[in-house]
Design a protein. Structure first.
Ligand SMILES: Cc1cc2nc3c(=O)[nH]c(=O)nc-3n(C[C@H](O)[C@H](O)[C@H](O)COP(=O)(O)OP(=O)(O)OC[C@H]3O[C@@H](n4cnc5c(N)ncnc54)[C@H](O)[C@@H]3O)c2cc1C
Length: 448
């Protein structure tokens, strides 16, 4: 039986432990927090159910749904309200629904007539000679500057808290890059992908769990039982012959294999004494701060119907709020009767919130979203959570950095990384990558 120590009990570490144990390994997971779960945290307060970190997950493919069935979470899963398919973007002071089809697109005021006409030329735009183009350069080149400003930039700020001028297209949105690679244009690439998959393609589903997303890490933690040590901050790792040793609060654990499922800057600290160049590469991955604000209002205070997923706010408008989710619409029942729950985001790579006080950020958010959503007065319920280093940014050069990191692993046998700073930040990506680790992917030296 292989023994393995996993440091970090966010979803990457927890799922890795579960999948490895299924393959007959004996994992020990050391997690700083208690309970485990990392960026997933749900709470009930004043009749509201809120997620203070990740809010929902997109269920795609077969691996994650099959895992939910195996761990008995499929019965706890809830699907988002169909209204959540509608997404608003703020423009000219009003929330505009993003068009959901070609006819709606032609009628939509989101782009000017000339920007719409420019899209007809998308299949004929030349490829770039830059092998690591930014998202912004790619979108400007293929779809035009207005699509960047009013559609892609708000999406990138809302999902990655990132700056499209700095993020690498290939690292951050690999599927988009693949469409251009496959068809020479997005339109042809999308058409070919559709043909290849056939008509029985299962549409992705936006989901959560009955008592919030945190039910998932709590369930996995429960299944792992004694294999999970919570409240255990690993201070040091080192090698002792062929073994890895992890040390925390005077205790130590040994195993031939070690998985670092921690943020890149934590992996950097732990690895500095063992491999300074590798640690420097990890430390160079940036993580902007984000604050999430759950805001409860009486329904009568909000004129907007909140009939959608939420409202994204383009950076071009010069506002600080990244966007606001209509949380009690996405998952009904998350607010007491007669009230609504919104979740606003502020911060990110384009707007450093630094150490500005919570109260100042709250008043900025309320001032900025109120005119667009027709909100009168202040929220009577507020829960703010600051994620000091929230989401890793896959900036240009990220894929080369990952290659250098992987090459450095050659000198550290038995070590693997599983975390959201490589191979995808979405929860579904973290779970799929954990499954792949148990199939032998991610280890430099063969497992067996
Ligand atoms: C505000 C916010 C909103 C998000 N929204 C969504 C969303 O709606 N949908 C979605 O799919 N994704 C979302 N994400 C992204 C997603 O939540 C993360 O990418 C994912 O949860 C990361 O999991 P992880 O296990 O890789 O890392 P983490 O969750 O960061 O876990 C790392 C773990 O390592 C532990 N650790 C750190 N140092 C040590 C140490 N020295 N010793 C032991 N343990 C240590 C930490 O306590 C933590 O539990 C969001 C993220 C944030 C921050």
């Amino acid at each position: 039986m292989h023994k393995v120590i996993i440091i970090g009990g966010g979803i990457s570490g927890l799922a890795s432990a579960w999948f490895l144990r299924e393959k007959g390994w004996q994992p020990l997971i050391l997690e700083a927090g208690d309970p485990a779960g990392g960026s997933i945290c749900s709470r009930r307060e004043a009749g509201f159910l809120l997620d203070t970190g990740a809010n929902s997950m997109m269920l795609k493919g077969e691996i994650v749904p099959a895992w939910f069935r195996r761990i008995g979470m499929d019965g706890e899963m809830i699907e988002a309200n169909p209204l959540a398919k509608r997404r608003y973007v703020l423009k000219d002071g009003v929330p505009i629904a993003l068009p959901n089809g070609p006819l709606a697109f032609l009628r939509s005021p989101i782009l000017s007539l000339s920007a719409k006409a420019r899209l007809l030329g998308e299949p004929f735009r030349p490829r770039s000679t830059d092998p690591d183009e930014s998202i912004a350069a790619f979108v400007r080149r293929r779809l035009g500057p207005e699509v960047l400003d009013w559609m892609v930039d708000p999406f990138v700020s809302g999902v990655f808290a990132g700056d499209p001028e700095r993020l690498s297209l290939r690292a951050t949105l690999p599927r988009l890059a693949a469409l251009e690679d496959a068809g020479g244009s997005l339109l042809r690439g999308a058409w070919r992908a559709r043909q290849a998959k056939g008509p029985r393609r299962v549409a992705p589903r936006l989901v959560s769990f009955r008592n919030g997303l945190q039910m998932l890490p709590l369930k996995v933690a429960d299944l792992l039982g004694d294999a999970l040590h919570s409240g255990c901050i690993v201070e040091r790792i080192h090698r002792e012959g062929d073994l890895w040793v992890a040390e925390a609060a005077g205790q130590s654990w040994r195993a031939p294999r070690l998985v670092l499922a921690v943020p890149a800057y934590v992996a950097a600290q732990l690895l500095t004494p063992l491999h300074a160049e590798l640690a420097a590469e990890l430390d160079a991955i940036s993580y902007p701060s984000v604050m999430t604000m759950a805001l409860g209002f009486a329904q009568a205070q909000v004129a907007h119907a909140l009939d959608g997923f939420g409202m994204l706010i383009p950076r071009k408008l010069g506002l600080e709020t990244l966007g606001v989710l209509f949380s009690s619409t996405i998952f009904p029942g998350r607010a007491p009767a007669g009230q609504v729950l919104l979740t606003a985001f502020i911060g990110g790579a384009q707007n450093d919130i630094g150490a500005r006080p919570d109260a100042a950020l709250l008043s900025t958010v309320v001032q900025e979203i109120s005119p667009a959503l027709g909100i009168s007065g202040t929220p009577h319920f507020v829960h703010a959570r600051r994620w000091q280093r929230a989401i890793p940014q896959y900036e240009r050069g990220h894929l080369d950095r990952i290659r250098r990191i992987d090459a450095a692993l050659a000198t550290l046998p038995g070590l693997a990384f599983r975390a959201n700073w490589r191979d995808g930040v979405a929860l579904g990506d973290c779970i799929e990558n954990a499954a792949a680790l148990s199939e032998g992917e991610g280890w430099r030296d063969p497992v067996g």
